[in-house]
Ligand binder design. Structure first.
Ligand code: ITT
Length: 210
C-alpha cells in the first residue's frame, strides 16, 4: 500500500488528520511512527511557505537516507504537512503564523486563551471576528509540491468553553453553530474546519495521482 508520512509533531492535529484521511487507500504514518525526529526551522512568513518547508524538509531527509536504511522504505511516500493558525482581526491577524509560538511554545493554552480574551476586553461582538487557517502541503516523491488552503470563520468568545479539539478551540466561537469548535463533536469539527476543508481538497489531488 502507498504511504503518507505526515510531517507534524502536534498530537491534536494528528488525531484529526487520521480521521479525515481514513477513507484514502493509503497508510498514514506520523513522523514519529516513521522513526524520524527532525528539527524543522519554520522561518516562512506565510502559512503556504511554512507548510512547504515542513513537507520538503522531510521529503529531502528521506531522499538523503542511505540505501538499505530504515528510511529508504519511505522513498515512494507522499509527505504531507499542515501549517495552521488563528487570525484575530482586532489584533491585526495575530497570532497568525506564530500561533504555536505565541507567548512561548511551552505556555499552556489555558494561559494563552485567557490572555487573548483579555486583549479583546471591551471589544464588541461584531469586531471579534477571527478565522482558523490551514494550508496542507504535499511534497511528492518524484519532486514538486502542491498546496491546498482551508478556512473557518468565527469570533473570539468571552470565556473558554468545551473540552474537544486542542489549542485555541475553546475560544473560537462559531455563530452558525452557537458553540466553540471545542464544543463540536470531533467528526463535526472535521467536516467544517479549516483542516477538514484543506485536507478534503488535498485528498482529491492525491486520488488523482493514485
Ligand atoms: P507542527 O509544526 O509539528 O505540525 P505546530 O503546533 O508547531 O505543529 P503550527 O506551526 O502549524 O503547528 O501551529 C499551529 C498552531 O495553531 C497550533 O499549535 C494551535 O495553536 C493553532 N491551531 C491550528 N489549528 C487549530 C485547531 O484546529 N484548533 C485549535 N488551534 C489550532
Amino acid at each position: 500500500m502507498k504511504k503518507i508520512i505526515f510531517a507534524t509533531s502536534n498530537e491534536g492535529k494528528m488525531r484529526e488528520i487520521r480521521q479525515i484521511l481514513a477513507d484514502l487507500p493509503m497508510e498514514v504514518l506520523s513522523m514519529k511512527e516513521a522513526g524520524m525526529d527532525v528539527d524543522i526551522v519554520e522561518d516562512g512568513k506565510t502559512f503556504e511557505e511554512n507548510a512547504r518547508i515542513k513537507a520538503e524538509t522531510i521529503r529531502d531527509h528521506i531522499r538523503a537516507a542511505g540505501e538499505g536504511s530504515a528510511l529508504s522504505a519511505f522513498r515512494e511516500a507522499i509527505v504531507l504537512a499542515d501549517d495552521s493558525g488563528l487570525e484575530i482581526d482586532w489584533l491585526n491577524k495575530e497570532p497568525g503564523v506564530y500561533s504555536a509560538r505565541y507567548m512561548g511554545e511551552d505556555t499552556s493554552y489555558d494561559i494563552k486563551n485567557a490572555h487573548l480574551i483579555r486583549r479583546l476586553d471591551g471589544v464588541p461582538d461584531e469586531k471579534r471576528t477571527a478565522r482558523f487557517v490551514c494550508v496542507i502541503a504535499a511534497a511528492l516523491p518524484e519532486g514538486g509540491t502542491k498546496t491546498c488552503r482551508g478556512t473557518i470563520e468565527g469570533r473570539i468568545g468571552y470565556s473558554p468553553a468545551g473540552e474537544n479539539g486542542f489549542g485555541y478551540d475553546p475560544i473560537f466561537y462559531v455563530p452558525e453553530f452557537g458553540c466553540t469548535t471545542a464544543q463540536l463533536p470531533p467528526e463535526r469539527k472535521n467536516q467544517v474546519s479549516h483542516r477538514g476543508k484543506a485536507l478534503q481538497a488535498m485528498k482529491e489531488q492525491i486520488r488523482s495521482l493514485l
